[in-house]
Ligand binder design. Structure first.
Ligand SMILES: Nc1ncnc2c1ncn2[C@@H]1O[C@H](COP(=O)(O)OP(=O)(O)OP(=O)(O)O)[C@@H](O)[C@H]1O
Ligand SMILES: [Mg+2]
Length: 283
């Protein structure tokens, strides 16, 4: 669990994060959402200690990062896996070397043990037999998966992903989301994901924090979002009229006013007469 307590951060007198408090839960995908510039990346960087907070505290399983000395911080950093915005692979290294890198840096394991671990994580992200490829030779989705493999190779307790599916098509994005979600559960990791992807929110939004101009505006689950009347949140998540209509339909389904396993072909054939569960009697 990671606790954020009353965190504020400014750059050059400009307030970027304002009095944010939240809890990132263990074994869950915790999402930080919000428009571009709302402060998602700055918040993640504060959480991992890349930026110092001006006020407040970040607590990793009861240990305050803010109060830690350098030695303790180094230890904590080894328990943190990071997938940066854009994957940030080393272009001159092969896939295998990229994933090996943290093991070379932080362990004294034998070559065989390191190689086994690299192959295990590459296998886990469905990238068997790509060891010798260079980043320029693989697709965007594969690059993200190499980034995930590198982020989990040291078996982290905490995983931070900044826009893990930016630049990917919706289907590949979903696969990446599901992969991160599954890895989080398998290893009981506290995972924090920055995203502005509506599909991610609906697929893996177990604990969602909505930032607006540096403040926490809302928090809840994907189900809460369907019912939320929060105006700014709704404008952000359901940006198109089409999605707002879809949200309305989902509420009607949840309330049992319309069938959620309705046969659309039949309904269209009947001109919409049998859309309502009780033939329209329900008000
Ligand atoms: N190192 C920095 N120095 C000064 N200002 C910064 C720095 N990093 C970020 N900012 C400012 O902080 C604000 C929030 O930026 P941040 O990168 O956190 O947004 P974001 O929500 O991650 O956006 P995006 O969705 O585009 O990634 C922006 O106004 C940005 O200009
Ligand atoms: Mg960002």
């Amino acid at each position: 669990m990671i606790e954020i307590k009353n965190v504020s951060k400014s750059f050059g007198g400009k307030e970027i994060l304002i009095d944010i408090s939240a809890v990132m839960e263990t074994g869950k995908t915790n999402l930080i959402i919000g428009t571009s510039g709302s402060g998602k990346t700055v918040l993640q960087k504060c959480m991992v200690g890349l930026f110092e907070v001006d006020q407040g505290e970040i607590i990793f399983d009861e240990k305050s990062l803010t109060a830690m000395q350098e030695e303790e911080r180094k230890e904590l950093r080894q328990q943190i896996g990071m997938l940066f915005q854009g994957a940030a692979l080393f272009d001159s290294m092969t896939v295998e070397q990229n994933v090996m890198f943290p093991l070379d840096m932080f362990t004294k394991w034998s070559s065989k043990k390191k190689m086994d671990r690299v192959n295990d994580v590459l296998d886990r992200v469905n990238l068997k037999d790509t060891n010798r490829e260079f980043p320029s030779e693989i697709s965007g989705g594969m690059k993200k998966r190499v980034g995930i493999a590198r982020a989990i190779v040291l078996k982290p307790r905490y995983l931070f992903c900044d826009e893990p599916n930016s630049g990917l098509d919706p289907q590949t994005s979903m696969l990446i989301d599901i992969l991160i979600h599954d890895i989080t559960i398998e290893n009981n990791i506290t995972t924090v994901i920055n995203t502005h992807d509506m599909n991610s929110v609906m697929e893996i939004g177990e604990n969602i924090l909505y930032l607006y101009e540096g403040r926490k505006e809302w928090e809840g689950t994907k189900k809460d979002i369907i019912y939320s009347k929060h105006e700014k949140l709704n404008e952000f998540i359901f940006a198109s009229e089409f999605l707002r209509d879809a949200k309305d339909m989902r509420i009607l389904e949840e309330k049992g006013i319309i069938e959620n396993d309705r046969n659309m072909d039949q309904i269209i054939r009947d001109g919409g007469d049998n859309l309502l569960k009780d033939g329209g009697d329900k008000k």
